[in-house]
Ligand binder design. Structure first.
Ligand code: ATP
Ligand code: MG
Ligand code: MG
Ligand code: MG
Length: 482
């Protein structure tokens, strides 16, 4: 099945079970001080679950564009290095607003996975809430009993509050959840260690696919739970993970969701996917981040220096720097991947097609300007590293790292990355000291802080003592700590 058919089959299935199929809410959230980006399917229904808005229908289903790069859910650093966490992903979901509850939710999940998608039952595991004495919530035998009709006892795992109790926040709707995990490992690996021991251990091929949340309590301000008058169901399934399983792959990036982009990247860079581990990470990062950036711009969020725009700029720059460092791109390249993405996803998400020109233009401008920064910075940094090695040292001074950062806008994490690759360290604490001093100066001058990439630390003073010429024609300013 192609990914577009897999998505459609989900929606058709829940439509056949009486669900209203609703559009995805924007990925960029406006007007909610607690949330910058939609990070779960239920976000757009929050007010209904809180009782602040009337329900429009008793059951709904959709695919929701989610972005997990900030706040409670931040998967950014995993992305590209692992094979199943993305920045932007689609969460397939079905909801009951005071209508059906655990039995139907589990029965339908099972029916969809085994009868429509025809996934093998013996590779699936379900987790159920073990209960919490502290909260006076018993073991979720109701969910367990439904699962026991489908799965043998050793495929049903009891999970603790951390994994199997969902809460919206400090207060408000909450309840036990039941997750479905899938074991993709080879037979020999399964024989060596059964899947039930691997669930929730972070193994890249024993992965969580679907979370079924049963909202049945309200957490009060004093911390106690009271039963909700209307019980709700909120489910979320990772679409790209489902595609991986359905298409018999071991990585989300090997599915038709990402392969077309990776193919284009390979053609543009002249490198092939699967030949070199670092290039592969870079291709995954770019293929992933392209979606996050394109969908954000389509939703009206342009890269900028503040808040959500700053998050988007950082994602874009992360992609540029991986492409620059490992794929050899010195000219804008991400903008060239937009048309393919639009062709692939524009039917399901028309906002992407409508904004294609804007997306391409904005990405190209951002890329050009950041590539210039990188080129200058890398030339300088190479000179610094050569000098350190010539002197028999192993550490780049905090000062040099700071000048690169402050004067040339070169990200400190990139300095560290490049230094590490050449077996050189960076004196980070001295860097932080310089940075604080700089912040202090800026504060005094009432300047706007323009720091990119990193939040920073303690305080010192420094004094300008002249320039060093590292690599002509650019000079690095020398400061002395006072
Ligand atoms: P994980 O434990 O794998 O990080 P999660 O428990 O954080 O997932 P949920 O909040 O339960 O995820 O979200 C519901 C579903 O969304 C998950 O079961 C998973 O299939 C999918 N999902 C979650 N985070 C991501 C992500 N960063 N990229 C792709 N899919 C994701
Ligand atoms: Mg997670
Ligand atoms: Mg999880
Ligand atoms: Mg989960």
């Amino acid at each position: 099945m192609e990914s577009n058919e897999i998505r459609q089959a989900f929606l058709d299935f829940f439509r056949s079970k009486g669900h209203e199929i609703v559009p995805s809410a924007p990925m960029v959230v406006k007007g909610d001080p607690t949330l910058m980006f939609t990070n779960a399917g239920m976000n757009q229904f929050k007010d209904i679950f809180l009782g602040n808005a009337p329900r429009k229908y008793p059951r709904a289903a959709d695919t929701q564009k989610c972005l997990r790069v900030s706040g409670k859910h931040n998967d950014l650093e995993e992305v590209g290095h692992d094979t199943y966490h993305h920045t932007m992903f689609e969460m397939l979901g079905n909801w009951s607003y005071g209508d059906y509850f655990k039995r139907e939710a589990i029965e339908w999940a099972w029916e969809l996975l085994t009868e429509v998608y025809k996934l093998p039952a013996e590779r699936m595991y379900a987790t159920v809430f073990e209960g919490s004495e502290e909260d006076g919530v018993p073991f979720d035998s109701e969910a367990y009993d439904v699962w026991a009709r489908f799965l043998p006892a050793d495929h049903i795992i009891r999970g603790n509050k951390h994994d199997n109790f969902w809460e919206m926040g400090e207060t408000g709707p909450c309840g036990p959840c039941s997750e479905i995990h899938f074991d993709l490992r080879d037979e020999a690996e399964i024989a060596a260690r059964p899947g039930r021991e691997m669930v929730n251990t972070g193994h890249p091929q024993v992965i969580e696919i679907w979370n079924l949340v049963f909202m049945q309590f309200n957490r009060k301000a004093n911390g106690t739970l009271e039963p909700l008058p209307a019980k709700n169901v909120d489910t979320g399934m990772g679409f790209e993970r489902l595609c991986m399983i359905m298409q018999g792959k071991k990585s989300n990036y090997d599915t038709d969701v990402f392969q077309p982009t990776i193919g284009r990247l390979a053609a543009l860079s002249g490198k092939s996917y699967g030949a070199d581990a670092r290039c592969d990470v870079a291709m995954r990062v770019v293929a992933d981040h392209l979606r996050a950036i394109a969908f954000s711009i389509a939703d009206g969020q342009l890269p900028s220096n503040v808040k959500a725009g700053y998050v988007i700029r950082r994602i874009l720059r992360r992609a540029v720097r991986y492409g620059y460092t490992y794929l050899g791109f010195t000219e804008p390249f991400i903008c060239k991947l937009v048309a393919g993405l639009v062709a692939q996803m524009g039917d399901q998400f028309p906002e992407l097609r409508a904004q294609q020109t804007l997306i391409e233009r904005v990405i190209e401008e951002e890329e050009s300007s950041f590539l210039r920064t990188l080129a200058t910075g890398i030339t300088l940094l190479d000179g610094v590293i050569a000098e350190v090695k010539k002197q028999g040292g192993t550490k780049i001074s905090g000062h040099d790292a700071f000048v690169l950062y402050d004067t040339y806008g070169f990200p400190i994490d990139l300095t560290e990355l490049i230094a590490r690759e050449q077996d050189v360290e960076v004196d980070l604490s001295a860097f932080e000291t310089e940075l604080q001093a700089q912040k202090e100066r800026s504060r005094n001058a009432a300047a706007v802080a323009t720091d990119d990439w990193q939040e920073l630390f303690p305080l010192a003073q420094s004094e300008f003592v002249g320039y060093d010429t590292l690599t002509a024609p650019v000079r690095i300013a020398r400061y002395r700590r006072v």
